[in-house]
Design a protein around this ligand. Structure first.
Ligand code: SF4
Ligand code: MG
Length: 333
């Protein structure tokens, strides 16, 4: 069975010569219909850039350098820009941390949802209004009929997020890309919006690419996980396996850095060091400078991808003859 989305060896380059960076450097994963795949990692690891590349929405000076992106069997990298405009907001919709990224402040909610309904589903006038009402109802906006003609600023943060979700659903997407969809919300509202997304996804059988730096969000939402570090995937696996035994030293640091209740709102604060700049060619492992288990080889050779049961990991510790996971202790901070 063909997956809904199949990404292989995706590479993105921004800029030229000395100034060029490679924010996505050989990333591959697939997502089935109805499945949530989470890309997890700190900011600056290439998660958002991966999502933008799928939709061919790279910033100025950015280009896709290689790889394949197949969506429902269609090669997205080979489509015309006109066809991509039909795909974006239609069969693939995207929501962001900041609703203001996708909501227009000077248009009413009805006008904005109406644009999507007209463009992607051919609905206008009364049928569009009926459908917009149904969508806002589905995302839990109270008093819908009155609120249809409100402007985005008249909604609270959580409600604005719901409006953005309604707008994303208006094109009847088969895949929803959600980039830190709840990061800007307080914990209670965050849980409500995540529950809403999970419910809508189940009802519609949508696939979801969820981008987050938050292990709690991953635990709640994802069936499978890919951990990104410095432009590469460093670990993949099913949620159960990942939470039972994270393999990569970076994954383990993410767990060790989980905020206590007192530190909530400062995710990953305890993780020492920073993601290396992506403007150079790496020799060894990209995580070597921060890795508590690094040894000689790590500074010399880039680790290959190894399979451990159903999990995959990019780390020398899992090479044959290396003793496996037990050799990685101790971890933590
Ligand atoms: Fe750490 Fe070496 Fe594994 Fe990289 S390859 S994560 S430096 S042990
Ligand atoms: Mg991001």
């Amino acid at each position: 069975q063909t997956p809904l989305l199949d990404v292989r060896d995706l590479r993105v380059r921004i800029g030229q010569g000395d100034k060029r960076v490679r924010p996505v450097d050989g990333v591959g994963f697939s997502i089935a219909g109805g499945e949530t795949f989470a890309l997890l990692g700190e900011s600056g690891c290439g998660k958002s850039m991966t999502a933008l590349a799928l939709l061919r929405l790279l910033p100025d000076g950015g280009r896709i350098d290689g790889g394949e992106v197949s969506f429902s069997g269609i090669d997205l990298l080979a489509q015309t820009e006109a066809h991509m405009r039909d795909v974006r907001g239609g069969k693939i919709a995207m929501i962001f941390q900041e609703p203001s990224t996708s909501l227009n402040p000077v248009m009413t909610v009805m006008a904005q949802i109406g644009e999507v309904l007209a463009r992607h589903r051919g609905l206008r006038d009364m049928p569009a209004r009926v459908e917009a009402r149904r969508l806002l109802d589905a995302v839990g906006i109270p008093d819908v009929e009155r609120r249809l003609d409100d402007f985005p600023f008249q909604f609270s943060g959580g409600m604005k997020q719901r409006v953005m979700i309604a707008m994303a659903l208006a094109g009847d997407p088969a895949l929803l890309i959600a980039d830190e969809p709840t990061t800007a919300l307080d914990v209670t509202i965050q849980a409500q919006v995540l529950d809403l997304l999970a419910r809508l996804q189940a009802e519609r059988g949508m696939g979801m690419l969820l981008i987050t730096h938050d292990l709690g969000v991953v635990a709640r939402m994802a069936q499978r996980i890919g951990v990104m570090y410095a432009g590469e995937l460093v670990e993949t696996g099913a949620r159960g396996d990942f939470f039972r035994s994270p393999l990569h030293p970076y994954s383990r640091k993410l767990f060790a850095a989980l905020p206590t209740d007192a530190q909530r709102g400062h995710p990953l604060a305890a993780l020492g060091g920073t993601v290396p700049p992506l403007d150079r060619d790496f020799t060894g492992c990209r995580f070597a400078d921060r890795c508590p288990a690094a040894f000689d080889l790590c500074h010399r050779d880039a680790p290959a991808w190894h399979t451990v049961g159903g999990q995959g990991v990019r780390c020398h510790l899992y090479a044959a003859g290396h003793g496996g996971p037990d050799a990685t202790a101790p971890f933590g901070n």
